[in-house]
Design a binder for this molecule. Structure first.
Ligand code: PGA
Length: 254
């Protein structure tokens, strides 16, 4: 941990429509009593977002976010949604730069930076996802890749907006593969990201949550989250199960 408040995100990806989203919320709420010492955010598919916001109306401690938005404010972009639409539907948070978007949809650093701009101007707090492929890690390029992905976004922001960010370190080779970075590898990568951030905002970087993602499960969340500088988790597969996600959200953080 650092000085940041722990952040637990559940990224459902292309799972759960409106009915399943509501059912999840009820089951999760029973298992996860409200607590003020952490931030819990669910990222449903956009089509289930209003249903989830409605279901969570009496649980303000469970927030809702959008998985992706378009880099333009509006226009002829069939199938896309804008940051302001997501905000209107109740999204308080928005992912940008998830590796699946980078890989499947061609989101490059420039586009990711523009998405972060759109989220901020819509009043939606951005969660910037960064992380290296196995090939890049094996070639000794971890630091360079993280620096490039973080700088592309951070250099365009005001100091105030830099402090609003959450950064998710998600090694691409650990996402959905069952392979997790070792707690030491995760802590080392988080330290690199925080140093990059500190170059812009100094000590305030300590309060920016840098969270880990990649095959986080109830069984490994505890050891990851007690590592220095690991301020929470972005959970994919295990966040689909209310019981598993509740148990991750309950882990004791350092
Ligand atoms: P995973 O996904 O937990 O299924 O590995 C993490 C993510 O992509 O955010």
């Amino acid at each position: 941990m650092s000085a940041a408040r722990p952040f637990f995100g559940g990224n459902w990806k292309m799972h759960k429509g409106p009915d399943e989203a509501r059912a999840f919320l009820h089951a999760f709420a029973e298992r996860h009593p409200p607590r003020e010492d952490r931030t819990v955010v669910l990222f449903p598919p956009a089509i289930a977002l209003p249903a989830l916001v409605g279901a969570a109306a009496d649980r303000p401690d469970v927030e809702v976010g959008v998985q992706d938005v378009h880099q333009e404010r509006e226009g002829a972009h069939t199938g896309a949604i804008s940051a302001s639409m997501a905000a209107e539907a109740g999204a308080r948070w928005g992912l940008a730069g998830h590796s699946e978007r980078r890989r499947e949809f061609g989101d490059d650093d420039e586009r990711v930076a523009r998405k972060v701009d759109r989220l901020l101007e819509a009043g939606v707090a951005p969660v910037l996802c960064v992380g290296e492929t196995l090939e890049q890690r094996d070639a000794g390029r971890l630091q360079e890749v993280l620096h490039r992905q973080v700088s592309a976004v951070v250099e365009r922001l005001s100091d105030r907006d830099r402090r609003e960010l959450v950064i998710a370190y998600e090694p691409v080779w650990a996402i959905g593969t069952g392979r997790t970075a070792s707690p030491e590898d995760a802590a080392a990568a988080h330290e690199l990201v925080r140093k990059d951030l500190a170059a812009w905002i100094g000590d305030a970087a300590e309060a920016v949550p840098i969270i880990y993602g990649g095959s986080v499960k109830p069984a490994n969340a505890g050891e990851l989250l007690t590592m220095p500088g690991v301020d929470g988790a972005l959970v994919g597969g295990a966040s689909l199960d209310p019981e598993a996600f509740a148990s991750i959200c309950a882990v004791v953080t350092a």
